[in-house]
Design a protein around this ligand. Sequence first.
Ligand code: C5P
Length: 220
Amino acid sequence: GVKKKLLNKSYLVTAGPTFEKIDPVRFIGNYSSGKMGYAIAEELAEQGAEVTLVSGPVSVSTQKAGVTVVPVESAEEMYKASVEHFKSVDGAIMCAAVADFTPAKKETEKTKRGKENWQIELQPTKDIAAELGKLKTNKQLLVGFALETNNELANAEGKLLKKNLDFIVLNSLKDKGAGFGVDTNKITIIEKGNKQTDFELKDKAEVAKDIVAKIIELNN
Ligand code: C5P
């Protein structure tokens, strides 16, 4: 067989959306299937790594040996689980579509239907990737994702620097077959120093191999 390239390595992967409670029956969330994050977690494990997969609510699952799923619901829960596990890993891949805002007040009872408008005040959540970027040691690798609709490259490069990432995976919603829900993705990897690599449209399992190959190249 092929030699495993990440034996004795460990990674944290975040995946899926977060759900932010409005009241006991409603939430604000992002469109995210979790497929890309789960594929990356499985490919890291395939290469021999121990993976902690901090996952928001998704319908995908994994039975892969070496992957431990830590289920969370909200951005705050994902933040706490990520910070806790980051200390002991060689790197983190931030694949989750974290809600940027959460209701300032969670109602304890269901809000009843009515004729008036309903104003929900939202407050910003923590940027988990940026927080890990501050905690990162020079032995740890931090990988982010950018899903952009316009000024893709400039926005992605901005995030790379702001969040102290080693590389960022850009997928554009302009590309057919890329982004959420679908089984395929088309990515560009941007590294520090403006090094940019474009990949073809492919299955998310194959995209995960390209991303993990870059992790192997940079972390070993
Ligand atoms: O700023 P933006 O949300 O576009 O950045 C995307 C990257 O940051 C992704 O890697 C995403 O997982 C991560 N992120 C995060 N916590 C947030 C928002 C984004 O970890 N609250």
